[in-house]
Structure formats: structure tokens, C-alpha cells
Write a protein that binds this ligand. Sequence first.
Ligand code: ZN
Ligand code: ZN
Length: 107
Amino acid sequence: MMINTFQKSTHKRKKDKLIKLKLQENVECYICGSTQQLHNHHCIFGKGNRAVSDKYGLTLYICLTHHAEIHKNKTLRKEIANYAKGEFIKQYSISEYMRIFEGVYKC
Ligand SMILES: [Zn+2]
Ligand SMILES: [Zn+2]
């Protein structure tokens, strides 16, 4: 199912074959399904990890209301980070996850 992501980048960089994850099928709030005022939430944030989240596609569409909520609610934020982590590990591995995001998500 993820095969198509390869075809876009022809042979720009041979080194990093980057698989960009797709956490959502549709452009809608991950929490409530709204399509209004969507924000891009970086699932794994912290020092320098917004950029990495972008790079690997670890972002979710979240509506304005829920985006504010996520950043207030630690449990919810953790849940979302866990979801993204799970998807990342499915595609890569736990060791790769730790290599890239180590030190960011410990609690
Ligand atoms: Zn929402
Ligand atoms: Zn956010």
C-alpha cells in the first residue's frame, strides 16, 4: 500500500530512502473529523523534532479547537505521539525510532 510513495522521488538522493508515513487517509481533524480550520500537528515535537516529524510525515490534521486541546492536554498529546510512534515502528523499527527521536519522548 505504501509503494506509491517511492515513485515520487526519482533518484535525487540515493542515501536516505525515506518513506514518508501517512497517518490519515483524509484531510480532516484526527479527533472529530471536522474539515474546518485545520492545523498541522506535529506528533512528535520537542527540540528539532518538528522538522523530523515533517520529514517522516508524522503530522496530523487537527481542527483549531482540538489542536488547542492537544497542547493543553498531556494525556491526549501522549496518545497521539504513541500512535505516530506505532506507525513509525511498523514502517521502520524501534531502534530507528530511538536513534531519531531519542531523548524526546520519555515520560
Ligand atoms: Zn477536531
Ligand atoms: Zn500541535
